[in-house]
Design a protein around this ligand. Structure first.
Ligand SMILES: [Zn+2]
Length: 320
């Protein structure tokens, strides 16, 4: 890209960091301790929530209700994700709505932004990148939930991922047999990881999480497999090979991946503590969220909890 906008963003981030360092050293505290002390209290950062808009069939999750639910469940901060593709939801949850509703609460709510890769009037790399830059300057911290009905390695997806990487927005994607489609072993996702090595990819949904196990079928990529995990899962293979692949533990797919074989699941979380992010996919009032009970029972080491529950998300979103 032309360096101008990137330079502006980089300089702003630098100045913010420099000010924090100065404040920390003036108080005799380390930068890290100083940074942590400014976060709202709470055990979790939730990488995956949605607000409701009034057009939906479910009771609306307003920003006030989301914040109240976060308070009740020890959730300090949450990413709020738009859903704009026709395959994603029953009506578009627009980026504009997410930016506007979260604006008075940016200490706790991080808006993401989204573009459908098939948008005709955003043909070409530069237009996609420039829109992403505008979203970032309006406060967007990430790209997603990316949930379009195209193959994960569709060239239009790859162009969008390259633009997100250049702008510095982590990409949270939904993968199953209808959205960002792939095959057992996730060869399409591997192609993406190879072609966009500077992108941060956060995987979500049935197809991603079914791939914690080897020996899976195409149908498993849209299912909630209950059988014990078999060796040779694509997730371990890809996480070993690509340092830019992360996992979003939200939704029924994320909790099922851990619960289907609890011994493997717990060990996976400990082993991949640098790559996993707590999340719920909370999107409607009174929704049951499996993660809250699950992570109370797993008895994870304190250092693993700190990474998975809070620090990985803050680091990826540029807050640490
Ligand atoms: Zn979602």
């Amino acid at each position: 890209m032309t360096g101008k906008s990137t330079h502006r963003i980089g300089r702003r981030a630098f100045l913010k960091g420099a000010a924090a360092v100065a404040a920390g050293s003036a108080l005799g505290a380390s930068f890290r301790a100083d940074a942590e002390s400014v976060f709202p209290p709470g055990r979790y950062v939730d990488i995956h929530t949605h607000l409701g808009q009034r057009w939906g069939f479910r009771e609306i999750l307003t920003v006030e209700k989301l914040l109240k639910w976060m308070d009740e469940n020890d959730i300090a901060q949450a990413a709020v994700l738009p859903l704009i593709s026709p395959e994603a939801w029953d009506h578009p949850l627009s980026t504009d709505y997410v930016l506007r509703e979260t604006e008075p609460h940016r200490d706790r709510l991080f808006p993401f932004c989204s573009i459908d890769p098939r948008t005709l009037l955003l043909g070409g790399y530069a237009k996609k990148r420039d829109l992403l830059l505008k979203y970032k300057e309006a406060g967007a911290k990430g790209f997603g939930e990316h949930k379009p009905g195209v193959a994960i390695d569709d060239p239009r997806n790859i162009e969008l991922f390259q633009a997100s990487a250049e702008v510095g927005l982590p990409i949270l994607f939904h993968l199953d047999n209808d959205r960002n489609m792939d095959q057992p072993g996730l060869p399409g996702l591997e192609k993406v990881l190879k072609e966009v090595p500077n992108g941060i990819f956060i995987g979500h949904a049935n197809g991603f999480w079914a791939s914690i196990s080897g020996g899976i079928t195409q149908a498993d990529l849209s299912a909630y497999p209950k059988t014990p995990v078999q060796p040779g899962g694509a997730l371990d293979r890809l996480m070993d090979a690509y340092p830019n692949l992360y996992g979003d533990l939200s939704a029924g797919s994320g909790s099922n991946a851990i619960e289907r074989d609890l011994a493997f699941g717990r060990e996976f979380i400990v082993r991949r503590a640098d790559r996993l992010l707590f999340g719920t996919d909370y999107l409607a009032p009174a929704q049951q969220v499996m993660q809250l009970a699950l992570y109370r029972t797993l008895d994870l080491p304190e250092a693993v909890q700190a990474k998975v529950f809070r620090d990985n998300a803050r680091r990826l979103l540029g807050l640490l």
